[in-house]
Design a protein around this ligand. Sequence first.
Ligand SMILES: C[S@@+](CC[C@H](N)C(=O)[O-])C[C@H]1O[C@@H](n2cnc3c(N)ncnc32)[C@H](O)[C@@H]1O
Ligand code: SF4
Length: 450
Amino acid sequence: MSAWSSVLAKYDVPVPRYTSYPTVPYWAEMPTADQWIQHLRQNLGPQKSWSMYIHIPFCETLCTFCGCNTIITRDHKNENSYVDLVKKEWALYQQKVPELQTSLFRHIHLGGGTPTFLSSESLRSLLEPIFSNVNRAQKNFEASVEVDPRRTSKEQLQTLHKIGFNRVSMGIQDFNPEVQKLVNRLQPFEITEALTHDARAMGYDSVNFDLIYGLAKQTEAGMEESVKQTLQLRPDRIALYSFALVPWIKPAQRLFKDEDLPKAEEKRKLYEVARGHLLAGGYVEVGMDHFALPTDNLARAMKQHELHRNFMGYTDQQTDVMLGLGVSSISETPDSFHQNEKLLPKYEAALATHQIPGLRGHVLSEEDKVRRQQILKLMTEYEVQFESPAQESAAKDFLHEMMGDGLVELSQGRMRVTDAGRPFLRNACLFFDERLKRNRPEARIFSQSI
Ligand SMILES: C[S@@+](CC[C@H](N)C(=O)[O-])C[C@H]1O[C@@H](n2cnc3c(N)ncnc32)[C@H](O)[C@@H]1O
Ligand code: SF4
Protein backbone atom coordinates (compact mmCIF):
# COMPACT_ATOMS: atom_id res chain seq x y z
CA MET A 1 0.00 0.00 0.00
CA SER A 2 1.42 3.44 -0.90
CA ALA A 3 1.70 6.14 1.79
CA TRP A 4 -1.16 8.07 0.19
CA SER A 5 -3.48 5.07 -0.01
CA SER A 6 -2.90 4.30 3.63
CA VAL A 7 -3.75 7.94 4.47
CA LEU A 8 -6.93 7.63 2.39
CA ALA A 9 -7.86 4.38 4.11
CA LYS A 10 -7.23 5.90 7.55
CA TYR A 11 -9.53 8.90 7.04
CA ASP A 12 -12.23 7.31 4.87
CA VAL A 13 -14.73 7.20 7.72
CA PRO A 14 -18.38 8.27 7.99
CA VAL A 15 -18.56 12.04 8.49
CA PRO A 16 -21.29 14.66 8.17
CA ARG A 17 -21.33 17.05 5.19
CA TYR A 18 -21.63 19.98 7.58
CA THR A 19 -24.26 21.96 5.73
CA SER A 20 -25.40 22.83 9.26
CA TYR A 21 -24.15 22.64 12.84
CA PRO A 22 -25.41 20.80 14.75
CA THR A 23 -25.96 18.30 11.95
CA VAL A 24 -29.57 17.13 11.53
CA PRO A 25 -29.23 13.79 13.42
CA TYR A 26 -28.00 15.77 16.44
CA TRP A 27 -30.84 18.25 16.58
CA ALA A 28 -32.05 17.94 20.13
CA GLU A 29 -34.40 20.70 21.15
CA MET A 30 -37.15 21.56 18.69
CA PRO A 31 -38.47 25.11 18.99
CA THR A 32 -42.14 25.29 19.91
CA ALA A 33 -44.37 26.74 17.18
CA ASP A 34 -44.44 30.10 19.04
CA GLN A 35 -40.70 30.07 19.62
CA TRP A 36 -40.05 29.36 15.93
CA ILE A 37 -42.19 32.34 14.87
CA GLN A 38 -40.49 34.46 17.54
CA HIS A 39 -37.04 33.53 16.18
CA LEU A 40 -38.09 34.52 12.67
CA ARG A 41 -39.55 37.82 13.88
CA GLN A 42 -36.59 38.83 16.01
CA ASN A 43 -34.15 38.20 13.16
CA LEU A 44 -36.12 40.10 10.53
CA GLY A 45 -36.97 43.79 10.08
CA PRO A 46 -35.93 46.86 8.06
CA GLN A 47 -32.14 46.31 8.36
CA LYS A 48 -32.32 42.54 7.81
CA SER A 49 -32.37 40.31 4.78
CA TRP A 50 -33.82 36.90 4.01
CA SER A 51 -33.89 34.17 1.42
CA MET A 52 -36.41 31.52 0.50
CA TYR A 53 -36.06 27.88 -0.48
CA ILE A 54 -39.01 26.05 -2.04
CA HIS A 55 -38.91 22.27 -2.38
CA ILE A 56 -40.70 20.63 -5.30
CA PRO A 57 -40.37 16.90 -4.54
CA PHE A 58 -41.65 15.38 -7.80
CA CYS A 59 -39.59 13.53 -10.45
CA GLU A 60 -40.94 11.45 -13.31
CA THR A 61 -38.35 8.70 -12.93
CA LEU A 62 -35.91 7.65 -10.22
CA CYS A 63 -32.16 8.01 -10.75
CA THR A 64 -30.85 5.11 -8.69
CA PHE A 65 -27.98 7.08 -7.12
CA CYS A 66 -30.32 9.79 -5.81
CA GLY A 67 -30.19 10.84 -2.16
CA CYS A 68 -32.74 13.68 -2.42
CA ASN A 69 -36.21 13.84 -0.92
CA THR A 70 -38.36 12.87 -3.90
CA ILE A 71 -41.79 11.61 -4.91
CA ILE A 72 -41.56 9.61 -8.13
CA THR A 73 -44.63 9.92 -10.31
CA ARG A 74 -45.60 10.51 -13.91
CA ASP A 75 -48.99 11.75 -12.84
CA HIS A 76 -49.14 15.55 -13.09
CA LYS A 77 -52.68 15.95 -11.93
CA ASN A 78 -51.63 16.60 -8.31
CA GLU A 79 -49.20 19.38 -9.08
CA ASN A 80 -51.83 22.11 -8.64
CA SER A 81 -52.81 20.86 -5.21
CA TYR A 82 -49.13 20.85 -4.17
CA VAL A 83 -48.70 24.41 -5.43
CA ASP A 84 -51.79 25.39 -3.42
CA LEU A 85 -50.33 23.84 -0.28
CA VAL A 86 -47.07 25.77 -0.63
CA LYS A 87 -49.04 28.97 -1.21
CA LYS A 88 -51.03 28.22 1.92
CA GLU A 89 -47.83 27.79 3.91
CA TRP A 90 -46.50 31.08 2.53
CA ALA A 91 -49.77 32.85 3.49
CA LEU A 92 -49.44 31.48 7.01
CA TYR A 93 -45.94 32.89 7.36
CA GLN A 94 -46.98 36.25 5.92
CA GLN A 95 -49.70 36.47 8.52
CA LYS A 96 -47.54 35.35 11.46
CA VAL A 97 -44.32 37.14 10.48
CA PRO A 98 -45.18 40.65 9.23
CA GLU A 99 -41.43 41.49 9.29
CA LEU A 100 -41.07 39.45 6.08
CA GLN A 101 -42.57 42.46 4.29
CA THR A 102 -40.03 44.97 5.60
CA SER A 103 -36.88 42.83 5.29
CA LEU A 104 -34.85 42.73 2.11
CA PHE A 105 -35.61 39.67 -0.01
CA ARG A 106 -32.25 38.73 -1.53
CA HIS A 107 -32.44 35.20 -2.82
CA ILE A 108 -34.89 32.50 -3.80
CA HIS A 109 -33.93 28.96 -4.71
CA LEU A 110 -36.25 26.41 -6.21
CA GLY A 111 -35.01 22.88 -5.56
CA GLY A 112 -36.14 19.32 -5.53
CA GLY A 113 -36.87 16.75 -6.79
CA THR A 114 -37.38 18.54 -10.05
CA PRO A 115 -38.94 22.02 -9.98
CA THR A 116 -39.58 21.83 -13.74
CA PHE A 117 -41.90 18.90 -13.07
CA LEU A 118 -44.34 21.83 -12.70
CA SER A 119 -45.84 23.25 -15.89
CA SER A 120 -45.22 26.90 -16.83
CA GLU A 121 -48.70 27.67 -15.58
CA SER A 122 -48.09 26.02 -12.20
CA LEU A 123 -44.73 27.79 -11.87
CA ARG A 124 -46.43 31.14 -12.51
CA SER A 125 -49.24 30.35 -10.10
CA LEU A 126 -46.70 29.50 -7.37
CA LEU A 127 -44.15 32.25 -7.90
CA GLU A 128 -45.92 35.36 -9.12
CA PRO A 129 -47.82 35.96 -5.86
CA ILE A 130 -44.55 35.56 -3.91
CA PHE A 131 -42.56 37.90 -6.15
CA SER A 132 -45.27 40.57 -6.03
CA ASN A 133 -45.47 40.54 -2.23
CA VAL A 134 -41.87 40.92 -1.08
CA ASN A 135 -39.36 43.72 -0.70
CA ARG A 136 -37.05 42.49 -3.43
CA ALA A 137 -33.41 43.69 -3.45
CA GLN A 138 -32.72 46.03 -6.37
CA LYS A 139 -29.04 45.06 -6.47
CA ASN A 140 -27.61 41.53 -6.69
CA PHE A 141 -30.98 39.79 -6.34
CA GLU A 142 -30.61 36.09 -7.12
CA ALA A 143 -33.28 33.66 -8.17
CA SER A 144 -32.00 30.18 -8.95
CA VAL A 145 -33.67 26.98 -10.05
CA GLU A 146 -32.55 23.34 -10.27
CA VAL A 147 -33.57 21.76 -13.55
CA ASP A 148 -33.34 18.32 -15.04
CA PRO A 149 -32.40 19.00 -18.70
CA ARG A 150 -34.36 15.90 -19.77
CA ARG A 151 -37.56 17.40 -18.40
CA THR A 152 -37.18 21.12 -19.02
CA SER A 153 -38.66 22.99 -21.95
CA LYS A 154 -37.59 26.31 -23.38
CA GLU A 155 -41.00 27.63 -22.43
CA GLN A 156 -40.49 26.76 -18.74
CA LEU A 157 -37.08 28.48 -18.73
CA GLN A 158 -38.64 31.53 -20.39
CA THR A 159 -41.48 31.62 -17.85
CA LEU A 160 -39.02 31.49 -14.96
CA HIS A 161 -36.81 34.16 -16.52
CA LYS A 162 -39.78 36.48 -16.98
CA ILE A 163 -40.70 36.03 -13.32
CA GLY A 164 -37.16 37.08 -12.36
CA PHE A 165 -35.00 33.93 -12.33
CA ASN A 166 -31.41 34.61 -13.31
CA ARG A 167 -29.53 31.41 -12.39
CA VAL A 168 -30.09 27.88 -13.53
CA SER A 169 -28.52 24.71 -12.14
CA MET A 170 -28.59 21.61 -14.34
CA GLY A 171 -28.30 18.04 -13.15
CA ILE A 172 -25.76 16.21 -15.36
CA GLN A 173 -23.91 13.74 -13.08
CA ASP A 174 -21.87 12.13 -15.91
CA PHE A 175 -21.99 12.40 -19.69
CA ASN A 176 -20.95 8.78 -20.20
CA PRO A 177 -23.89 6.72 -21.61
CA GLU A 178 -22.83 3.52 -19.82
CA VAL A 179 -22.81 5.24 -16.44
CA GLN A 180 -26.06 7.00 -17.30
CA LYS A 181 -27.68 3.68 -18.13
CA LEU A 182 -26.59 2.15 -14.83
CA VAL A 183 -28.12 5.01 -12.85
CA ASN A 184 -31.32 5.02 -14.91
CA ARG A 185 -30.71 8.46 -16.33
CA LEU A 186 -30.13 8.56 -20.09
CA GLN A 187 -29.32 12.16 -20.94
CA PRO A 188 -27.67 12.75 -24.34
CA PHE A 189 -25.09 15.56 -24.41
CA GLU A 190 -27.15 17.42 -27.04
CA ILE A 191 -30.04 17.96 -24.60
CA THR A 192 -27.78 19.63 -22.06
CA GLU A 193 -25.99 21.56 -24.80
CA ALA A 194 -29.25 22.94 -26.22
CA LEU A 195 -30.63 23.93 -22.81
CA THR A 196 -27.36 25.65 -21.86
CA HIS A 197 -27.45 27.69 -25.08
CA ASP A 198 -31.13 28.50 -24.57
CA ALA A 199 -30.56 29.68 -20.98
CA ARG A 200 -27.73 31.95 -22.09
CA ALA A 201 -29.66 33.33 -25.06
CA MET A 202 -32.59 34.16 -22.78
CA GLY A 203 -30.32 36.17 -20.48
CA TYR A 204 -29.71 33.87 -17.51
CA ASP A 205 -26.59 35.28 -15.78
CA SER A 206 -25.25 31.98 -14.60
CA VAL A 207 -25.40 28.30 -15.46
CA ASN A 208 -24.33 25.60 -12.97
CA PHE A 209 -23.67 21.92 -13.71
CA ASP A 210 -23.94 19.17 -11.08
CA LEU A 211 -21.49 16.31 -11.63
CA ILE A 212 -20.89 13.31 -9.39
CA TYR A 213 -17.73 11.22 -8.92
CA GLY A 214 -17.78 7.74 -7.43
CA LEU A 215 -20.74 6.37 -9.40
CA ALA A 216 -20.80 2.77 -10.60
CA LYS A 217 -18.64 2.05 -13.68
CA GLN A 218 -16.96 5.46 -13.67
CA THR A 219 -13.37 5.30 -14.87
CA GLU A 220 -10.59 7.86 -15.07
CA ALA A 221 -10.84 7.97 -18.87
CA GLY A 222 -14.62 8.36 -18.68
CA MET A 223 -14.32 11.12 -16.10
CA GLU A 224 -11.77 12.95 -18.24
CA GLU A 225 -14.15 12.80 -21.20
CA SER A 226 -17.12 13.99 -19.10
CA VAL A 227 -15.12 16.97 -17.84
CA LYS A 228 -13.95 17.80 -21.37
CA GLN A 229 -17.58 17.85 -22.50
CA THR A 230 -18.38 20.07 -19.52
CA LEU A 231 -15.57 22.45 -20.49
CA GLN A 232 -16.99 22.64 -23.99
CA LEU A 233 -20.18 24.20 -22.54
CA ARG A 234 -18.29 26.28 -19.97
CA PRO A 235 -20.83 26.53 -17.14
CA ASP A 236 -20.13 29.38 -14.70
CA ARG A 237 -20.17 26.99 -11.75
CA ILE A 238 -19.68 23.29 -11.27
CA ALA A 239 -20.61 21.21 -8.26
CA LEU A 240 -18.50 18.05 -8.32
CA TYR A 241 -20.20 15.96 -5.65
CA SER A 242 -18.80 12.89 -4.00
CA PHE A 243 -21.33 10.09 -4.49
CA ALA A 244 -23.02 9.72 -1.10
CA LEU A 245 -23.72 6.03 -0.71
CA VAL A 246 -26.44 5.65 1.92
CA PRO A 247 -28.31 2.44 0.96
CA TRP A 248 -29.80 2.14 4.45
CA ILE A 249 -31.73 5.36 3.66
CA LYS A 250 -32.07 5.03 -0.13
CA PRO A 251 -32.76 1.35 -1.00
CA ALA A 252 -32.45 1.97 -4.77
CA GLN A 253 -28.70 2.38 -4.20
CA ARG A 254 -28.60 -1.34 -3.28
CA LEU A 255 -28.95 -2.02 -7.00
CA PHE A 256 -25.29 -1.13 -7.51
CA LYS A 257 -22.91 -4.05 -7.46
CA ASP A 258 -20.08 -3.65 -5.00
CA GLU A 259 -17.51 -4.49 -7.67
CA ASP A 260 -18.82 -1.71 -9.95
CA LEU A 261 -18.37 1.03 -7.34
CA PRO A 262 -14.93 2.68 -7.24
CA LYS A 263 -13.18 2.13 -3.90
CA ALA A 264 -11.73 5.02 -1.84
CA GLU A 265 -8.45 5.34 -3.75
CA GLU A 266 -10.05 5.00 -7.21
CA LYS A 267 -12.81 7.38 -6.18
CA ARG A 268 -10.35 10.01 -5.02
CA LYS A 269 -8.44 9.60 -8.29
CA LEU A 270 -11.65 10.34 -10.21
CA TYR A 271 -11.91 13.60 -8.29
CA GLU A 272 -8.28 14.47 -8.93
CA VAL A 273 -8.65 13.81 -12.66
CA ALA A 274 -11.72 16.05 -12.83
CA ARG A 275 -10.14 18.72 -10.64
CA GLY A 276 -6.96 18.79 -12.74
CA HIS A 277 -8.88 19.37 -15.96
CA LEU A 278 -11.15 21.99 -14.40
CA LEU A 279 -8.20 23.97 -12.97
CA ALA A 280 -6.39 23.72 -16.31
CA GLY A 281 -9.62 24.91 -17.96
CA GLY A 282 -9.55 28.14 -15.94
CA TYR A 283 -11.84 27.24 -13.02
CA VAL A 284 -11.13 28.09 -9.39
CA GLU A 285 -11.74 25.55 -6.62
CA VAL A 286 -14.29 26.87 -4.13
CA GLY A 287 -14.54 25.29 -0.67
CA MET A 288 -15.15 21.57 -0.92
CA ASP A 289 -16.36 20.00 -4.19
CA HIS A 290 -17.25 23.26 -6.03
CA PHE A 291 -15.58 25.08 -8.91
CA ALA A 292 -16.35 28.43 -10.53
CA LEU A 293 -15.07 30.69 -13.30
CA PRO A 294 -13.07 33.56 -11.75
CA THR A 295 -15.77 35.94 -13.03
CA ASP A 296 -18.50 34.14 -11.07
CA ASN A 297 -19.80 35.55 -7.76
CA LEU A 298 -18.90 32.35 -5.92
CA ALA A 299 -15.21 32.69 -6.86
CA ARG A 300 -15.31 36.41 -5.98
CA ALA A 301 -16.94 35.66 -2.63
CA MET A 302 -14.23 33.11 -1.85
CA LYS A 303 -11.49 35.65 -2.69
CA GLN A 304 -13.13 38.34 -0.56
CA HIS A 305 -13.69 35.95 2.38
CA GLU A 306 -17.45 36.25 1.98
CA LEU A 307 -18.25 32.67 1.07
CA HIS A 308 -21.12 31.13 3.01
CA ARG A 309 -22.48 27.60 3.37
CA ASN A 310 -26.01 26.49 4.16
CA PHE A 311 -28.32 23.55 3.44
CA MET A 312 -28.08 24.20 -0.29
CA GLY A 313 -24.27 24.06 -0.20
CA TYR A 314 -21.92 26.97 -0.94
CA THR A 315 -23.40 30.38 -1.67
CA ASP A 316 -22.29 34.01 -1.88
CA GLN A 317 -25.66 35.07 -0.43
CA GLN A 318 -25.60 35.24 3.34
CA THR A 319 -28.91 36.43 4.75
CA ASP A 320 -30.21 36.71 8.32
CA VAL A 321 -32.96 34.19 7.74
CA MET A 322 -33.56 31.40 5.27
CA LEU A 323 -37.19 30.34 5.07
CA GLY A 324 -37.93 26.92 3.59
CA LEU A 325 -41.34 26.16 2.12
CA GLY A 326 -42.68 22.85 0.89
CA VAL A 327 -42.42 19.29 2.10
CA SER A 328 -39.12 18.49 3.96
CA SER A 329 -37.72 22.03 3.55
CA ILE A 330 -35.28 23.32 6.13
CA SER A 331 -35.25 26.88 7.47
CA GLU A 332 -32.59 28.61 9.53
CA THR A 333 -32.18 31.67 11.72
CA PRO A 334 -29.18 32.64 13.91
CA ASP A 335 -31.04 31.02 16.81
CA SER A 336 -32.57 27.87 15.40
CA PHE A 337 -33.21 25.33 12.63
CA HIS A 338 -36.62 24.10 11.56
CA GLN A 339 -37.59 21.32 9.13
CA ASN A 340 -40.99 20.72 7.59
CA GLU A 341 -42.79 17.38 7.57
CA LYS A 342 -41.13 15.02 5.06
CA LEU A 343 -44.28 13.12 4.16
CA LEU A 344 -46.79 14.87 1.94
CA PRO A 345 -49.96 13.68 3.81
CA LYS A 346 -48.55 14.97 7.11
CA TYR A 347 -47.49 18.27 5.54
CA GLU A 348 -50.98 18.62 4.11
CA ALA A 349 -52.72 17.69 7.39
CA ALA A 350 -50.83 20.37 9.35
CA LEU A 351 -51.69 23.05 6.81
CA ALA A 352 -55.34 21.96 6.84
CA THR A 353 -55.48 23.07 10.49
CA HIS A 354 -53.51 26.27 9.78
CA GLN A 355 -50.38 25.06 11.52
CA ILE A 356 -46.76 25.44 10.43
CA PRO A 357 -45.95 21.86 9.27
CA GLY A 358 -42.90 21.37 11.55
CA LEU A 359 -41.28 17.94 11.86
CA ARG A 360 -38.13 18.69 13.81
CA GLY A 361 -35.76 21.48 14.64
CA HIS A 362 -33.13 22.71 17.02
CA VAL A 363 -32.65 25.74 19.24
CA LEU A 364 -28.95 26.56 19.23
CA SER A 365 -27.14 26.78 22.56
CA GLU A 366 -24.41 29.40 23.00
CA GLU A 367 -21.82 26.64 22.51
CA ASP A 368 -23.57 25.51 19.30
CA LYS A 369 -23.35 29.05 17.94
CA VAL A 370 -19.58 29.22 18.46
CA ARG A 371 -19.05 25.75 16.93
CA ARG A 372 -21.32 26.58 14.01
CA GLN A 373 -19.18 29.65 13.17
CA GLN A 374 -15.94 27.70 13.52
CA ILE A 375 -17.10 24.87 11.26
CA LEU A 376 -18.43 27.37 8.73
CA LYS A 377 -15.07 29.17 8.66
CA LEU A 378 -13.18 25.93 8.15
CA MET A 379 -15.53 24.75 5.39
CA THR A 380 -15.33 28.08 3.53
CA GLU A 381 -11.76 29.30 4.18
CA TYR A 382 -9.84 26.16 5.16
CA GLU A 383 -8.73 27.92 8.35
CA VAL A 384 -10.16 29.07 11.62
CA GLN A 385 -9.20 30.73 14.87
CA PHE A 386 -9.44 28.85 18.16
CA GLU A 387 -11.61 30.44 20.80
CA SER A 388 -9.11 29.80 23.61
CA PRO A 389 -5.67 28.31 24.35
CA ALA A 390 -7.51 25.36 25.93
CA GLN A 391 -9.31 24.67 22.66
CA GLU A 392 -6.01 24.84 20.77
CA SER A 393 -4.41 22.39 23.14
CA ALA A 394 -7.38 20.00 22.82
CA ALA A 395 -7.01 20.26 19.02
CA LYS A 396 -3.35 19.23 19.29
CA ASP A 397 -4.46 16.01 20.95
CA PHE A 398 -7.47 15.33 18.75
CA LEU A 399 -5.75 16.13 15.44
CA HIS A 400 -2.26 14.78 16.13
CA GLU A 401 -2.55 12.10 13.42
CA MET A 402 -3.81 14.57 10.82
CA MET A 403 -0.98 16.93 11.80
CA GLY A 404 1.52 14.09 11.53
CA ASP A 405 0.24 13.27 8.04
CA GLY A 406 0.63 16.92 6.97
CA LEU A 407 -3.12 17.47 6.53
CA VAL A 408 -3.62 20.06 9.25
CA GLU A 409 -1.36 22.72 10.77
CA LEU A 410 -1.79 24.58 14.05
CA SER A 411 -0.02 27.86 14.73
CA GLN A 412 -0.62 31.17 16.50
CA GLY A 413 -4.02 30.20 17.77
CA ARG A 414 -5.24 29.08 14.35
CA MET A 415 -5.89 25.81 12.58
CA ARG A 416 -5.29 25.47 8.85
CA VAL A 417 -6.15 22.61 6.53
CA THR A 418 -3.25 22.21 4.09
CA ASP A 419 -3.67 21.63 0.34
CA ALA A 420 -3.03 17.91 0.90
CA GLY A 421 -5.63 17.98 3.66
CA ARG A 422 -8.49 19.37 1.55
CA PRO A 423 -9.97 15.94 0.76
CA PHE A 424 -10.30 15.54 4.53
CA LEU A 425 -11.81 18.94 5.34
CA ARG A 426 -14.85 17.29 6.91
CA ASN A 427 -12.62 15.07 9.07
CA ALA A 428 -10.95 18.22 10.43
CA CYS A 429 -14.39 19.72 11.21
CA LEU A 430 -15.03 16.74 13.50
CA PHE A 431 -12.82 18.40 16.11
CA PHE A 432 -15.38 21.19 16.54
CA ASP A 433 -18.38 18.83 16.48
CA GLU A 434 -18.94 18.62 20.23
CA ARG A 435 -22.32 16.95 19.84
CA LEU A 436 -20.97 14.08 17.76
CA LYS A 437 -17.92 13.66 20.01
CA ARG A 438 -20.16 13.43 23.07
CA ASN A 439 -22.51 10.93 21.49
CA ARG A 440 -20.93 8.84 18.73
CA PRO A 441 -23.55 7.20 16.51
CA GLU A 442 -23.98 3.47 16.93
CA ALA A 443 -25.80 2.95 13.62
CA ARG A 444 -24.76 4.21 10.19
CA ILE A 445 -25.89 7.80 9.68
CA PHE A 446 -23.35 9.56 7.47
CA SER A 447 -21.75 8.70 4.14
CA GLN A 448 -17.97 8.07 3.92
CA SER A 449 -15.63 11.08 3.79
CA ILE A 450 -14.04 10.10 0.45
C1 LIG B 1 -32.44 17.89 -6.91
S1 LIG B 1 -31.17 17.24 -7.90
C2 LIG B 1 -30.99 18.35 -9.29
C3 LIG B 1 -32.16 18.67 -10.17
C4 LIG B 1 -32.81 17.55 -10.95
N1 LIG B 1 -33.62 16.74 -10.11
C5 LIG B 1 -31.81 16.69 -11.69
O1 LIG B 1 -31.47 15.65 -11.18
O2 LIG B 1 -31.38 17.12 -12.76
C6 LIG B 1 -29.82 17.74 -6.93
C7 LIG B 1 -28.44 17.18 -7.17
O3 LIG B 1 -28.04 16.43 -6.04
C8 LIG B 1 -26.99 15.57 -6.43
N2 LIG B 1 -27.17 14.26 -5.78
C9 LIG B 1 -28.31 13.58 -5.66
N3 LIG B 1 -28.09 12.40 -5.02
C10 LIG B 1 -26.77 12.37 -4.72
C11 LIG B 1 -25.93 11.42 -4.05
N4 LIG B 1 -26.39 10.27 -3.57
N5 LIG B 1 -24.61 11.73 -3.91
C12 LIG B 1 -24.12 12.89 -4.39
N6 LIG B 1 -24.87 13.81 -5.02
C13 LIG B 1 -26.18 13.56 -5.20
C14 LIG B 1 -27.04 15.45 -7.94
O4 LIG B 1 -25.86 15.98 -8.48
C15 LIG B 1 -28.27 16.27 -8.32
O5 LIG B 1 -28.08 16.97 -9.51
S1 SF4 C 1 -31.28 13.15 -9.34
FE1 SF4 C 1 -32.86 14.68 -9.73
S2 SF4 C 1 -34.19 13.73 -11.29
FE2 SF4 C 1 -32.98 12.10 -10.43
S3 SF4 C 1 -34.30 11.25 -8.84
FE3 SF4 C 1 -32.90 12.73 -7.86
S4 SF4 C 1 -34.00 14.63 -7.79
FE4 SF4 C 1 -35.07 13.29 -9.27
